[in-house]
Design a protein. Structure first.
Lengths: 338, 283
């Protein structure tokens, strides 16, 4: 177990003026035992960042420090990390036992210790009866557990997860998410988890890094990221449906953007005038899509209301009141929080 | 519809049976000839049913005989020479192409592109084209009439290198990365992951290359002059005396049948693997 520091980490492909920079100076101090999720849309550089920590991508600038040791020039095997890949990357010709034991075998760990460690990991992951089978005889979820087992037996300082759940179906994903949380509680190993799925990010993270275009937009707990998004990007990326961002909000100043989450708008007697366009029923709640009539614009707004309270119809004019304490103001040009 | 597919099926079978007959009849004739005496075969209507001299002919062929128009060397020895050469060529080709494909796919080295194209270009230079210089080199090195002389010039193989290259390119990158994280160096990865994954391709190549090695004709014709280093294919040729010499066709035919057996066995035994290697995508 160890802390992990990223200091002004930069990734560039190519050299000179033609170089294509994909990571723009990421700084993060990660405590020992923390579970950190890196989240962002595809192409934002989150996987690249993870692979740089793993040692699979060269670091073009800055430093990566694992447990007080700068690892920039170390081979992946020497960095004391373990990685779980999106497509599992199990060796197809080896049994699951051999898959999990392979790293230890290369590290010349004595046979009985390998046996003991693999058995222990298999017990945690409930894989005991599958050890003598080959990966192709397993379901996706079981393969994912073998891949995690391979990571566990190495007893690394840091776990790296590269979108490990995206090849699983929705039900299994939720289940595996819980298992990963449980595993992290039991083992307490510092973990970096890359995903593009904000639900995974919110549920798993102790703290999360939100990335966009190679830049770290925000680094904080899920609560912080949700309640005080650092930029319009974070505001719109985290939360479903996304936060309403209004350039011409009633009462707003020129050059500012007002953000308000759909659940922080209440149907009331006073407030903004809204023409309802469509209504979606999601079981316990309704999403009302409308156009703002007041103010000087015609902007789309989403309101989330409880299912039983109101029954808005299309073309109806509603009045919605934003909760003052839940308003977010952003600079229109930079997108930063004001 | 049923009727139509029935006639179609009949037609298909007719064509297939015809094809098999065309291919199989000469083989059958060779077998018939090998069971008669030399005199019986040359009579005007050649017998079309097997005769009673099976053991005589085959033992004469296998273990040699005292006299004859052409070469009378024992075929058993030739089969051995053929077998050893074919095996050396096969395993040599597989080993070298595995390694060169590994280098081409997984390493960055200076002039990699050039190396790749050089290998590619050798596809256009079969043994026949470079046979003069090759003979010069082999004879200068004193390798005529030896297993080395029979096999070494035939080992390098662009085709097999390409086959493995194509296969290696389909191995997911994550597997390489997982191996790096597990601490496997390049050779370890080659030995523990790539070679086991290539098993089926290796098996398919084994079949192709064994037959290629066994059927070599032109090169051994040049590289061997002594009877005890003749591969069986050359042996057949040497048995046939030119001009008006009286050939022992029964023994020639018996040798031909014997020469066909090992490749046939290899194909039959390896058939399953062979097909798997060509179509399988187990990864």
């Amino acid at each position: 177990m160890a802390s992990l520091s990223l200091r002004n980490v930069i990734k560039r492909y190519g050299h000179g003026p033609k170089a294509n920079q994909v990571i723009h100076g990421v700084n993060a101090e990660i405590q020992d035992g923390e579970f950190i999720v890196i989240v962002g849309p595809s192409g934002c550089g989150k996987s690249t960042l993870l692979r740089m920590v793993a040692g699979l991508e060269e670091i073009s600038g800055g430093e990566i420090d694992i447990g007080g040791r700068v690892v920039n020039d170390l081979e992946p095997a020497q960095r004391d990390i373990a990685m779980v890949f999106q497509n599992y990357a199990l060796y197809p010709h080896m049994t699951n036992f051999e898959n999990m034991a392979y790293g230890l075998k290369i590290a010349k760990v004595p046979k009985d210790e390998i046996r003991a460690r693999v058995d222990k990991a298999a017990k945690i992951l409930e894989l005991g009866h599958l050890l003598e089978r080959k990966p192709r005889e397993l379901s996706g979820g079981q393969r994912q557990r073998v891949a995690m087992g391979r990571a566990i037996v190495r007893q690394p300082q840091v776990f790296l997860f590269d979108e490990p759940l995206s090849n699983l179906d929705a039900k299994l994903r939720a289940q595996t998410r819980l298992e990963i949380q449980k595993l992290h509680r039991e083992l307490g190993i510092t973990s970096l988890f890359v995903t593009h799925d904000q639900v995974e990010a919110m549920t798993l993270a102790q703290r999360m890094i939100v990335m966009n275009g190679g830049v770290m937009e925000q680094f904080g707990t899920p609560e912080e990221v949700y309640h005080t998004p650092a930029s319009t990007f974070v505001a719109s990326f985290i939360g479903s449906p996304p936060m309403n961002l209004l350039k011409n909000a009633p009462g707003g100043r020129q050059g500012t953007v007002l953000g308000i989450r759909p659940e922080h708008l209440d149907i009331a007697d006073t407030g903004w005038e809204l023409r309802v366009e469509t209504v979606e029923l999601l079981g316990a709640e309704r999403l009302v899509y409308g156009r703002l009539q007041s103010g000087n614009g015609d902007e789309g707004v989403i309101v989330r209301i409880e299912e039983g309270a109101h029954h808005p119809q299309p073309d109806q004019i509603l009045r919605v009141a934003p909760r003052e304490s839940r308003l977010h103001w952003f600079d229109a040009a930079s997108g930063k929080r004001l | 519809m049923v009727e139509r597919s029935l006639t179609r099926g009949l037609l298909a079978h007719f064509i297939m049976v015809l094809g098999v007959a065309i291919v199989a009849f000469p083989l059958y004739l060779a077998f018939v000839a090998s069971t008669h005496t030399a005199q019986e075969i040359v009579q005007a209507p050649m017998p079309l049913l097997p005769g009673g001299h099976f053991w005589e002919t085959y033992s004469a062929a296998l273990f040699g005989r005292d006299q004859g128009a052409g070469s009378t060397a024992p075929v058993a020895r030739m089969m051995w020479v053929s077998f050893v050469s074919a095996m050396v060529i096969t395993f040599g080709k597989i080993a070298i192409s595995l390694m060169s494909a590994f280098a081409i796919v997984y390493f960055r080295f200076p002039f990699k592109g050039l190396c790749f194209w050089l290998i590619f270009v050798t596809l256009m230079l079969p043994v026949e084209v470079r046979i003069g210089p090759t003979y010069q080199v082999v004879s200068d090195l004193g390798m005529l009439n030896s297993y080395a002389g029979l096999t070494v010039p035939l080992i390098a193989s662009a085709t097999a290198t390409f086959l493995f290259r194509q296969f290696f390119l389909t191995v997911p990158d994550e597997l390489v990365e997982a191996a790096r994280i597990d601490g496997a160096g390049p050779l370890r990865f080659f030995k523990d992951v790539l070679v086991p994954l290539s098993r089926t391709s290796i098996a398919a190549l084994f079949v192709i290359q064994f037959i290629y090695g066994w059927n070599q004709y032109l090169w051994p014709l040049l590289a061997t002059t002594s009877e005890d280093m003749y591969p069986v294919v050359i042996g057949i040729k040497r048995m046939i005396a030119g001009g008006d010499g009286q050939n022992e066709w029964n023994i020639v035919m018996a040798t031909a049948i014997l020469a066909m057996l090992p490749p046939a066995f290899v194909v039959i035994l390896m058939q399953k693997w062979f097909v798997k290697g060509l179509v399988d995508t187990e990864k």
